[in-house]
Design a protein around this ligand. Structure first.
Ligand SMILES: Nc1ncnc2c1ncn2[C@@H]1O[C@H](COP(=O)(O)OP(=O)(O)O)[C@@H](O)[C@H]1O
Ligand SMILES: [Mg+2]
Length: 337
C-alpha cells in the first residue's frame, strides 16, 4: 500500500463566539449582542487549512463528538471540506466539546468557558490503524486529552503508545501542544516525544516541556536559550524536525541537527485581525511541506506564511488560501530585521 495524505487526531470543539455589552460581576446580567459559531480545535482547524491549501489532498479526521446537534455540525463542516470522517465517533453519553468565547464589544477582551465533553473519551482504540492510509499522523493537543494523557506501563502514556504504533506501521508522527498554565508538561509530554518525528510547538510549550526559560521578566525572548531548547527536545526523543514558533519568528533543528531561524514578517499596522488558529495554521503549513517532501527551510517559510495569512482575518481558518497564494504572500512580505 502506498501511503498518502495526512490524518489528524485529537481535539474537536464547537466555538460559540458571543459579543457582550459588558463582562458582568458574579450574579449580574450582561446582554449578548451577537452570536456566531464555528468549528475549532486542532483537528478541524488544521485539516480545513490543509484542505484550503490544496483540495486534492487526502485528509482524515480522528476524534470523538457527542450524538447531538453540535456533533452533527462539526461532521457536516468536515465533510464539506472533503475530509474523511469515518473515524470521528459520535458517542451518546457525553456532549460535543464546546467553548463559549465571550467578547466585550467595546474592548475586545475575551473570556472563555470551556466544556471538555467528548474529547475526554478519545482513546487509542479510536485510532484504527487498518483504516489509516496516510503518510503522516498529526495529534493535537495532549494535556487536554484525558485518556491519551493517562499513563501506560510500557510507553509512559497512552498517546506515546499510539504514536509508537503509528511508527511501527510506517506512518510519520507529528505533535502540537496547547499552552495551558501548568507544570504537567515535563511529565506528560516527554514519553510522546520519543515517538514523534515532527514536533511543531510554540515557544511557551517548548519552554515548559524542557524546563528552560524562554522569556525574561520583561517578556523578551531569551535568544541564547532557543537553540538549547531545540536540542533538548531532540535529546528527549524527537526524530526528525523540532520547530518552535513564536510571534518573533520560528526556530528549528532538522534531521541532522542543523539550526534554522525564520524571522516573522514585518506586518503593517492593523494587519492582525485575530490570532485564533494561527498556531494550527503554522502546523498546516509544516504538514503540507512534509507531505510534499520539501526541506525544513521551505517548511518554515510555508508555516510562517500560513500563520500570517491566518492573522489577517478573524476566525480560525478564514485567512488561509491555496498554496500558490501562500507562497506569493511569502515572496511579497518583508521579514523583520
Ligand atoms: N504578532 C504576531 N506576529 C507574527 N506572528 C504571529 C503573531 N502572533 C502570532 N503569530 C504566529 O502565530 C503563532 C501562534 O501560535 P500558538 O501560540 O501556538 O497559537 P494557537 O493558540 O493558535 O495554537 C505564533 O507562534 C506565530 O507563529
Ligand atoms: Mg498552538
Amino acid at each position: 500500500m502506498e501511503r498518502k495524505g495526512i490524518t489528524i487526531g485529537g481535539i474537536i470543539v464547537f466555538d460559540y463566539i458571543k459579543i457582550v455589552d459588558t463582562y458582568p460581576k458574579v450574579g449580574r446580567l450582561a446582554n449578548i449582542l451577537n452570536i456566531e459559531y464555528s468549528v475549532g480545535g486542532a483537528v478541524p482547524n488544521t485539516l480545513i487549512d490543509l484542505a484550503k491549501m490544496d483540495k486534492s489532498l487526502s485528509l482524515q479526521a480522528i476524534g470523538v463528538v457527542g450524538n447531538d446537534k453540535l456533533g452533527e455540525y462539526v461532521l457536516k463542516v468536515l465533510k464539506e471540506n472533503n475530509i474523511n470522517t469515518e473515524m470521528v465517533f459520535q458517542q451518546n453519553e457525553v456532549g460535543t466539546s464546546f467553548t463559549d468565547d465571550m467578547i466585550v464589544e467595546s474592548t475586545g477582551e475575551r473570556t472563555f468557558f470551556h466544556y471538555r465533553g467528548a474529547n475526554s473519551l478519545l482513546d487509542i482504540t479510536h485510532f484504527d490503524f487498518d483504516r489509516i492510509n496516510s503518510k503522516i499522523l498529526h495529534v493535537g493537543y495532549p494535556l487536554l486529552l484525558e485518556k491519551l494523557d493517562s499513563s501506560d506501563p510500557d510507553y509512559g502514556t497512552v498517546l506515546a503508545k499510539t504514536l509508537a504504533t503509528a511508527q511501527q506501521k510506517g506512518i510519520k508522527t507529528s505533535l502540537d501542544l496547547v499552552s495551558e498554565n501548568s507544570d504537567r508538561f515535563s511529565k506528560i509530554i516527554p514519553p510522546s516525544l520519543k515517538y514523534t518525528d515532527y514536533c511543531t510547538i510554540n515557544e511557551i510549550e517548548a519552554s515548559l516541556t524542557t524546563n528552560i526559560p524562554i522569556r525574561d521578566t520583561e517578556d523578551k525572548l531569551i535568544v541564547d536559550n532557543i537553540e538549547p531548547i531545540c536540542f533538548k527536545l531532540k535529546e528527549i526523543g524527537v526524530k526528525q524536525w523540532v520547530i518552535v514558533h513564536s510571534p518573533e519568528g520560528a526556530f528549528a533543528l532538522d534531521e541532522t541537527n542543523n539550526f534554522y531561524i525564520q524571522p516573522s514578517f514585518d506586518l503593517p499596522k492593523g494587519y492582525i485581525k485575530g490570532t485564533v488558529g494561527a498556531g494550527d495554521a503554522f502546523c498546516a503549513g509544516v504538514l503540507y511541506s512534509i507531505n510534499k517532501g520539501w526541506d525544513i527551510s521551505k517548511a518554515l517559510k510555508v508555516g510562517t506564511a500560513t500563520a500570517t495569512a491566518c492573522l489577517s482575518k478573524s476566525g480560525t481558518t478564514n485567512g488561509v488560501k491555496n498554496i500558490e497564494i501562500m507562497m506569493k504572500l511569502y515572496r511579497e512580505m518583508n521579514v523583520k530585521s
